[in-house]
Design a protein around this ligand. Sequence first.
Ligand SMILES: Nc1ncnc2c1ncn2[C@@H]1O[C@H](COP(=O)(O)OP(=O)(O)OP(=O)(O)O)[C@@H](O)[C@H]1O
Ligand SMILES: O=P(O)(O)OC[C@H]1O[C@H](OP(=O)(O)OP(=O)(O)O)[C@H](O)[C@@H]1O
Length: 305
Amino acid sequence: MSALDTNTLNGRLLFAIPKKGRLHEKCLELLSGADIQFRRHNRLDVALVLNHPIALVFLPASDIPSFVGKGNVDLGITGHDVILEARMESHVTETLRLGFGKCALQVQVPEAGPIHTVDDLAGKRVVTSFEVLSGDYFERLDSRLGKTDADKTSIEYVGGSVEAACALGLADGIVDLVESGETMRAAGLHAIATLLQSEAVLIKSSVPKHPDLTPLISMITSRIAGVIAARKYVVCEYNVRRAGLSAATAITPGRRAPTISPLEDSEWVAVSSMVEKNQMADVMDQLVEIGAEDILIFNLDNCRV
Ligand SMILES: Nc1ncnc2c1ncn2[C@@H]1O[C@H](COP(=O)(O)OP(=O)(O)OP(=O)(O)O)[C@@H](O)[C@H]1O
Ligand SMILES: O=P(O)(O)OC[C@H]1O[C@H](OP(=O)(O)OP(=O)(O)O)[C@H](O)[C@@H]1O
């Protein structure tokens, strides 16, 4: 098949996936968890899904918002940041936050330099890959500070390695993504302001071109939501005396309500409840404190909640 053979793609839902970079591998894991099976031929940016009428289209993450927003593809995964940078927020609907690709877009300056605040940076040179968001930010700042056209902040675009710009003498400050902060610190920079927080999201067109694909979009969304929820929750099971049950269910209320089952010993019950993974250790400590026993934690492979 050639890269975009319209006959082969006819009738298939087009689903855009970042072709490389930070989000690529995580997206492949999601597809696998949702049982969306495909074989990608060497170098081709389109792959037909074997078990559903879907074609995956591998695109740069930053191009996905406009492809989805303009209806060229039906569904996509990308970062919230690049949706705003592409000014596509009113053309796409973010249907799911995916819990990965979490980062912040921050203004950074040399740690040892004379600039300490964004007000100090206003009117100087800023280098970034986010020229739209940075342009908006510094335009507001310049206007608040009463800068004229002659002395307003200069915003220059670079495609990557933004963190090198100050050391190379190209910039007084940069606007770039930060997750762990390692890149920033290694470049001798520190953050002085945050423009936005971002994470990967599932998006669809706000005005779908193919309304007949809505049930398939709902199915994919529900499957991916199941994979995300399975990562977020564990199942906690334990035994507790009936007398301690109300204290126990206050600790593990579950999503709707915990499941309570009688035991052969009529003084005791077994409780099963979903618990957020990051609360698990606290919850177990509290259960031990109220006398619960045989506390077991189970990871979920998949779920629909
Ligand atoms: N350090 C990071 N930690 C977490 N998420 C990140 C990080 N850097 C980038 N992201 C997220 O991943 C998205 C893609 O960034 P990445 O640097 O991987 O792009 P790329 O593939 O190199 O470039 P392109 O946007 O051209 O595809 C960003 O828009 C952001 O949402
Ligand atoms: O805070 P950290 O965990 O260090 O992550 C931040 C870095 O990650 C991103 O770049 P990436 O490594 O994806 O490469 P790029 O510069 O080529 O976009 C971003 O542009 C930062 O440079």
